[in-house]
Design a protein around this ligand. Structure first.
Ligand SMILES: [Zn+2]
Length: 88
């Protein structure tokens, strides 16, 4: 199921973070209000993890992509990045 990322247009309500992730059926209607606090939100990202996750890092590299791995909230790391470019 795709994950949609919404951002509170103004300040998030109590217990909400600025950005929220919502699992929704593909093609379902987007929220205009936060399901938690009811404040106004806008959709900012549709993550593509439902298509990318089953590709290996190697095949992504062949296609010219870097796979971003979510390490922590809001922190992403490039998986499979070369540690060194020395090839002497
Ligand atoms: Zn909220």
């Amino acid at each position: 199921m795709p994950v949609y990322v919404y951002e509170h247009v103004n300040k998030p309500g109590k217990g909400c973070t600025k950005e929220i992730e919502v699992h929704q059926e593909f093609g379902s209607e987007h929220f205009s209000k936060c399901p938690k606090c009811g404040r106004k939100v806008k959709r900012i990202i549709t993550t593509a993890n439902f298509t990318i996750d089953h590709l290996s890092g190697t095949s992504l590299k062949e296609k010219g992509f870097s796979k971003l791995v979510r390490k922590d909230k809001g922190v992403y790391e490039v998986e499979g990045a070369p540690l060194s470019s020395h090839k002497d």
